[in-house]
Design a protein around this ligand. Structure first.
Ligand SMILES: CC(C)(COP(=O)(O)OP(=O)(O)OC[C@H]1O[C@@H](n2cnc3c(N)ncnc32)[C@H](O)[C@@H]1OP(=O)(O)O)[C@@H](O)C(=O)NCCC(=O)NCCS
Length: 186
């Protein structure tokens, strides 16, 4: 995994947070974080029930180790008083022909949203990708009804490159499109 220098940031409400790489020691805290985020959010492809099978300390350890072995992948957490309040990552393609594309992921605990953390994390990932020797393009998929996420991505220079219609079906029977967005790392 690419290593970044831990970054201290003051959020809009005055709280100081630390953005740093995720380590194997974070596995237990990761489990608590994912429990809280999955139980409250509908904007993930994986439902809360489905997520239970991989929400284990072992699985988090495995993924962290897998990312550790790859210098063009970035795995970040944001920590406050020993608790994880956000996870984010850039995961480059696994083949020679798509390794220049980094898939971006981000989630923030509910009580830390709207405080500017998403903006700082996206900028951190963009800066890292710009400096990386392999990644040239950042890409992501977002549900069309996820207004806060779309607002964040647009603010950070991402634009729509396509749309998968009715790609998602919610529990209430309604559908949503998946908007594919990208920006170049520059
Ligand atoms: C999407 C998410 C990462 C945004 O992070 P955040 O820390 O709340 O974002 P910020 O506070 O930096 O806000 C960024 C911009 O988004 C917009 N925004 C923030 N909250 C918003 C809301 N509730 N509704 C609409 N726009 C919003 C604002 O324009 C803001 O820019 P500004 O501060 O210059 O006005 C966060 O809401 C989240 O974790 N959501 C759940 C998980 C998720 O949906 N992940 C993305 C899956 S694709």
């Amino acid at each position: 995994m690419a290593v970044i220098k831990p970054k201290m940031v003051i959020l809009k409400n005055g709280t100081e947070v630390c953005i740093r790489n995720r380590t194997l020691e974070d596995a237990e805290e990761m489990r608590s974080y994912m429990e809280s985020v999955f139980s409250n959010d509908r904007f993930f492809m994986t439902t809360n029930d489905e997520s239970r099978e991989f929400r284990t300390v072992e699985k988090y350890g495995e993924r962290t180790e897998m990312m550790n072995g790859h210098e063009h992948k970035l795995l970040l957490i944001t920590e406050v008083d020993g608790q994880i309040v956000s996870i984010s990552d850039v995961d480059c393609g696994s083949k020679k022909r798509n390794q220049h594309v980094g898939q971006v992921g981000i989630s923030i605990r509910q009580d830390y949203r709207g405080l500017g953390l998403g903006t700082v994390l996206m900028q951190t990932m963009i800066d890292w990708a710009t400096a990386d020797s392999v990644i040239e393009k950042l890409a992501l998929g977002v549900w069309a009804k996820n207004a806060p996420a779309i607002a964040l991505y647009r603010k950070m220079g991402f634009v729509e490159e396509g749309r998968k219609v009715n790609e998602v079906k919610y529990a209430d029977g309604s559908y949503d499109d998946c908007i594919c967005m990208y920006r170049f790392a520059e």
